[in-house]
Design a protein around this ligand. Structure first.
Ligand SMILES: Nc1ncnc2c1ncn2[C@@H]1O[C@H](COP(=O)(O)OP(=O)(O)O)[C@@H](O)[C@H]1O
Ligand SMILES: [Mg+2]
Length: 413
């Protein structure tokens, strides 16, 4: 008797995806199948033997973001395993709407299209948050240049972004109307490709990551970004750090501890992990920035695991597939320093390793140093990372600051 029959959708066998895939595959008493774009031989070749041995069916499709193709693959799997599929999951943000559509069509439990849409479209999300009196930046979804300029004249500085972007890739700050005019001439917004404009929120940025089961928000974790991802994108010399303080049930976090769960209710979160980003202004007021209905990326799931001494890849699988979760206590402060080469070319070497080992060796719990020959990364996460952990939050905070001072990734053509 199996407790679940899972289909995991993953276009390619990327290392971050495989952490979640492995956890889902290894859940006991379940049947596990994969839908992917990558051919079976190379996808399977990237898996550990134990995980590979758990895969009942593998179906290759041309496009995992196409609900029709995923639906056909799921029907095929249900036919050949002889079991109704009870969980359809995937961790990548752009997949969420297609998965929701297929769940609805095949009556598989989990997030439906309306829910997924509220998390995916930042304009719909902000409308829902504001309707529940939750703090967020003023926004305007521009479908033509005239509307964009009118909003911009009353709201400067502002941030412009596509309504469903990711990785801060297409997000930029606008400081005056003429700068926006220039952009609108080369990228005029249309109803099919609108441009989201938001009041620029001045302040520090944080995340609020959560686990919900059956509409109950049972767990949250807070992390502090230093500096904001937009500043890291704008400044190629900055190496980003993220820190999870040990104590988060403290007065300085009271506003998000109250607003975070209410925001999840406003968006209709039922079961799963979410990743919320929010700002705190210097006067202490907050603004919720965006919420994704998926586990966080950029090593955050590992960081949350280290802070609680619990494997949150497995937590994600148990929650999304079995709706099973007991929240663990937070026991450590932890954080990551993202190592990022400056200039152009490929990684030549990482300077400062010996020094970093001497100063920080006792704090390091995981590291992935950039390898010589590795191409320069396109994202603000850089080419590698170091994860630190300690019971004392200030030791981790100082350690992260030192790590980005000491470790320098040298690139060469
Ligand atoms: N309204 C805003 N005010 C100030 N900074 C913002 C605002 N919106 C986004 N940013 C900055 O841009 C980054 C990327 O924007 P975000 O909406 O999170 O896009 P993505 O989905 O690509 O992560 C954020 O992490 C934040 O640093
Ligand atoms: Mg973001």
């Amino acid at each position: 008797m199996t407790r679940a029959s899972t289909v995991f959708v993953a276009p390619f066998a990327l290392p971050s995806t495989l952490r979640f895939l492995g956890a889902a595959a290894l859940l006991p008493d379940t049947t596990f199948s994969v839908v992917a774009q990558e051919p079976a031989a190379s996808f399977m070749g990237a898996l550990d033997d134990g995980v590979r041995g758990r895969i009942a069916e593998f179906v290759q499709v041309e496009d995992c973001h196409d609900a029709g193709q995923v639906e056909a693959a799921v029907r095929k799997i249900a036919g050949s395993t002889g079991r109704g599929v009870t969980a359809l999951v995937g961790i990548l943000e752009p997949l969420q709407e297609a998965l929701a559509q297929v769940r609805e069509r095949l009556q598989i439990r989990g997030m439906d299209r309306a829910e997924a849409g509220r998390f995916r479209d930042k304009s719909v999300m902000k409308d829902a948050l504001r309707a529940h009196d939750l703090p967020c930046a003023c926004h305007y979804l521009a479908t033509d240049a005239a509307g964009a300029l009118e909003f911009a004249r009353g709201t400067m500085p502002l941030v412009a972004k596509p309504p469903a972007g990711a990785g801060a890739r297409d997000t930029f700050r606008v400081d005056d109307v003429s700068q926006l005019e220039g952009w609108l001439r080369s990228h005029p917004p249309t109803p099919a490709q609108p441009l989201l404009l938001e009041e620029f929120v001045q302040g520090r940025e944080f995340s609020f990551d959560s686990v919900s089961v059956g509409g109950q928000h049972l767990f949250h974790s807070i992390s502090e970004y230093s500096p904001t991802p937009l500043q890291v994108m704008e400044s190629p010399w900055i190496q980003w750090t993220v820190m999870l303080p040990r104590d988060i049930e403290v007065p300085e976090y009271a506003p998000i501890l109250s607003a975070g769960p209410r925001a999840l209710d406003a968006l209709g979160m039922v079961t799963g992990m979410t990743h919320m980003e929010w700002f705190r202004r210097s006067d202490g007021s907050i603004a919720i920035s965006e919420v994704a209905a998926r586990p966080p990326g950029a090593q955050f799931t590992s960081l949350i695991s280290y802070a609680h001494d619990r494997d949150f890849y497995r937590v994600w699988a148990e929650v999304s597939i079995l709706e099973d979760f007991t929240p663990p206590p937070r026991r450590f402060a932890t954080g990551a320093a993202y190592l990022r080469g400056q200039g152009a070319g490929r990684v030549a070497r990482v300077a400062g390793i010996e020094r970093a080992n001497q100063e920080l060796g006792d704090l390091v719990v995981e590291s992935q140093l950039p390898k010589p020959g590795q191409p320069k990364a396109s994202s603000y996460e850089g080419e590698g990372f170091v994860i630190l952990r300690h019971e004392d939050t200030e030791r981790v905070r100082d350690g992260l600051r030192r790590a980005v001072e000491i470790l320098q990734v040298e690139l060469s053509a």
